[in-house]
Design a protein around this ligand. Structure first.
Ligand code: GDP
Ligand code: ZN
Length: 330
């Protein structure tokens, strides 16, 4: 180390600007700052699934480092400080768009493999319309989504399965679990293994209980952030990435950042792409720009009428659509 600099790769685990925590290849976690000028390569996935490769100015002010980023870390031995000098290419992002589109998006996490949305069968009562909103956010980012329904022992698994049958039909993987009775949690573990998963859902459904049951010592603070405290605020507390044990691989990202759909600036014409069962039929509508609300010859509404698309899911589509409409015309 005659140059006075040591370098290694790392994974960003938390931080909100300023100081970042980075899990380095040597097994240690360091605090690091972003170098003023970075080598850049910023890629991400659009809502339609295509890859985006931006050539944006690579200074720290515009380059949005996020939890889940893989970085090159350099240590300035004289200053005893770690500096992030490069953000490695991303395979995906979970991001909120800037109002009106453009480059101001806010990246909540990078290199996410899936979004896991967790609800309880009861206590608290599940809220399917809220579930639909979480799923839309995942779809809008081109990310796979998986659903966990916990506390099934309170209601009985048969009744819960019936209640969530629409989601299985729409093509989602749904896990029915009871942390309390250790039902279904091994399958959850296999679906987390080797992947970076954003775990979301209302508080009180058992997110920390589940993750602590699977991985004791993870130190989750999922339930620290109460929904009511953060509700309506636009300043979100940053995401945290918790690496899973090396024998399992992967990580879970805990973020309070998925909530109101209005904050996501989803273009209204892309909403039908965010419902897999609607997406599968939209090509058959008479009009290419069919909104699936009142148009004649709408294959989506026909499918709802025939019971091939769940009326409840369609209802969510219509509600979210009118919310976006009223927000975007203000
Ligand atoms: P979080 O806010 O989503 O992280 O939820 P917690 O993990 O803090 O759990 C909320 C409450 O639900 C706690 O009292 C847990 O003991 C309880 N809980 C977790 N899993 C189950 C379950 O499978 N069945 C029942 N009946 N209660 C559970
Ligand atoms: Zn239509």
């Amino acid at each position: 180390m005659s140059s006075g600099v040591a370098a290694q790769h790392g994974l960003v685990s938390s931080g909100t600007g300023g100081v970042w925590r980075v899990l380095a290849d040597d097994g240690e976690e360091y605090e690091a700052t972003l170098r003023g000028r970075l080598k850049k390569s910023d890629t991400g996935r659009r809502a339609d699934g295509s890859m985006r490769r931006d050539t944006i100015a690579a200074d720290a002010a515009t380059m949005k480092l996020a939890v889940g980023d893989h970085v090159r870390l350099e240590r300035d031995v004289r200053q005893h400080a770690w500096v992030i000098t490069e953000i490695l290419p991303r395979k995906s992002i979970l991001a909120r768009r800037a109002p009106g589109g453009g480059h101001g998006e806010r990246v909540i996490a990078a290199n996410v493999d899936q979004v896991i949305v967790m609800f309880a069968a009861a206590n608290p009562e599940p809220h399917p319309r809220m579930l639909d909103r979480f799923l839309v956010i995942a779809e809008a980012n081109g990310l796979a989504a998986r659903i966990i329904v916990n506390k099934v022992e309170l209601v009985g698994e048969g009744a819960v399965r019936e209640r969530f049958a629409d989601y299985v039909r729409a093509g989602y993987d749904v896990h029915f679990t009871s942390v309390k009775q250790r039902i279904g949690i091994d399958a959850v573990e296999s679906s987390l293994a080797g992947r970076v998963s954003v775990v979301s859902g209302p508080s009180g459904v058992g997110k920390s209980s589940l993750l602590n049951a699977l991985f004791p010592g993870l130190g989750l603070r999922v339930s620290d952030i109460s929904e009511s405290v953060n509700k309506g605020r636009h300043t979100t507390v940053g995401a945290y990435l918790h690496p899973l044990p090396a024998t399992v691989g992967g990580a879970v990202v805990d973020t309070p950042g998925l909530r109101e759909i209005g904050m996501w600036e989803l273009p209204i014409r892309e909403l039908d792409l965010c419902f897999p069962e609607i997406r599968a039929r939209r090509e058959a509508c008479r009009f290419a720009d069919c909104a699936h609300v009142a148009e004649p010859g709408c294959a989506v509404r026909d499918a709802v009428q025939r019971g091939e698309i769940s009326a409840a899911r369609y209802d969510s589509y219509v509600k979210i659509r009118s919310e976006i409409e009223s927000e975007q015309t203000i």
